[in-house]
Design a protein around this ligand. Structure first.
Ligand code: COA
Length: 349
């Protein structure tokens, strides 16, 4: 049976390093608080006016394409995962396509937040193993730094997120390797607990407690973004941290076990688990629950923070570059995030 494999992988992070100490200069936080609760020491921010989500994605994509031994012209489909697109519309996939100079092929944007890369991998896998495409370019990229609240009010969210991009090229293979299975889940019941709701078409309709978001008396007059939203500075991501944490620590192990069970494996069979880099405490919790050793789990959140759709491909690429993932290894990817959405992929490298 035809399978799909990761034939090339690359990542790119902006040069500008922003430490916890830097953030403590503009908001009431400390390096100690952030490190203790999240494991994050620093993150990268783009230089505004120089890079965007799609330009970061293009830089990572060029590396992945070269490592796959192909040229951009060989790519026959693009999947772009991000929650921070260059434009509200069109999606960043077509902007990436323009930068790579490959007009005409399909470009699909997906919005599955921290699970975006795993969702994208599953989509690419289906296209490739049915024989429809031969070189799918999957990119996860984010520019968070431009949309965060740098006052103390936004500190619980702002300290967590960073910018970056990762990319893979997915090709068919007849060898005994590649993507073994993918597992996708979602539960929209929790949508507003980790969300960036303005601008949007919601008009206050979905929220059970509209007051919480400050728009019950709004005139919505056909605008995504109203003056009141701007006046109230109601234009930042919001997160119910404890609530997210609680769900993450149960969904991660569940979806990893689902992948293992599907393939008749146990946690001990995993050579490398690459969890979405949401919070070091979550990753450690998952590691302990599954009884995995330190060298079975790759974490790099201390350097980059949470880069959402980019976090898994960046970590996967770093682990591979460091020689921690070798041919034939069983690699498990697992993600959880806004939606809530969660998923996993089991790969024989
Ligand atoms: N610096 C200093 N203090 C902060 C802070 C910051 N950056 N952010 C929040 N605080 C304060 C709070 O205001 C609160 O103060 P109070 O007790 O005076 O009210 C206190 O710290 C505790 O806040 P709380 O939100 O309960 O902390 P927590 O232990 O839950 O840690 C998170 C907060 C965000 C680190 C944690 O909930 C978390 O990581 N959740 C998961 C988030 C996640 O993974 N999101 C991405 C999913 S893909």
């Amino acid at each position: 049976m035809l399978r799909s494999k990761i034939a090339g992988i690359g990542y790119y992070v902006p040069e500008r390093v922003v430490s916890n100490h830097d953030l403590a200069k503009v908001m009431d936080t400390t390096d100690e608080w952030v490190q203790e609760r999240t494991g994050i020491v620093e993150r990268r921010y783009v230089e505004r006016g120089k890079d965007t989500t799609s330009t970061l994605g293009a830089k990572a994509a060029r590396i992945a394409i070269e490592r796959a031994g192909i040229t951009p012209q060989d790519v026959d489909f693009i999947i772009f995962a991000t929650l921070s697109p260059d434009y509200y519309f069109p999606g960043s996939g077509v902007l990436l396509q323009r930068q790579l100079g490959i007009p005409g092929i399909g470009a699909l944007d997906i919005r599955n937040q921290c699970s975006g890369f795993v969702y994208g991998l599953s989509i690419a896998d289906q296209f490739v193993k049915t024989g429809m495409y031969k070189n799918v370019l999957l990119v996860g990229a984010e520019v968070h730094s431009i949309g965060l609240d740098y006052t103390t009010r936004g500190r619980n969210v702002t300290v967590i997120f960073g910018d970056g991009a990762g990319a893979v090229v997915i090709q068919p293979t007849e060898e005994d390797k590649g993507i073994l299975s993918t597992h996708l889940h979602a539960d929209g019941e929790h949508a507003e607990h980790l969300a960036y709701i303005n601008p949007g078409s919601h008009g206050g309709v979905h929220s059970k407690t509209p007051e919480q978001f400050g728009y019950p008396d709004q005139e919505f007059g056909g605008m995504f973004l109203t003056d009141k939203m701007l006046e109230d500075e109601d234009v930042y991501p919001n997160m119910n941290g404890k609530y997210v944490f609680k769900f993450a620590v149960s969904r991660f192990p569940e979806v990893i076990m689902e992948a293992l069970k599907t393939n008749g494996m146990q946690p001990g069979d995993i050579n490398m688990l690459v969890p979405h880099q949401a919070n070091l405490r979550i990753a450690q919790f998952v590691q302990n629950m599954l009884g995995l050793s330190d060298d079975q789990v790759y974490n790099n959140i201390h350097k980059y923070g949470n880069t959402t759709a980019a976090s898994i491909p960046i970590a996967l690429c770093e682990a591979w570059e460091a020689g921690k993932i070798k041919d034939g290894d069983i690699v498990c990817l697992a993600a959880f995030g806004s939606g809530f959405t969660w998923g996993s992929a089991l790969i024989k490298w």
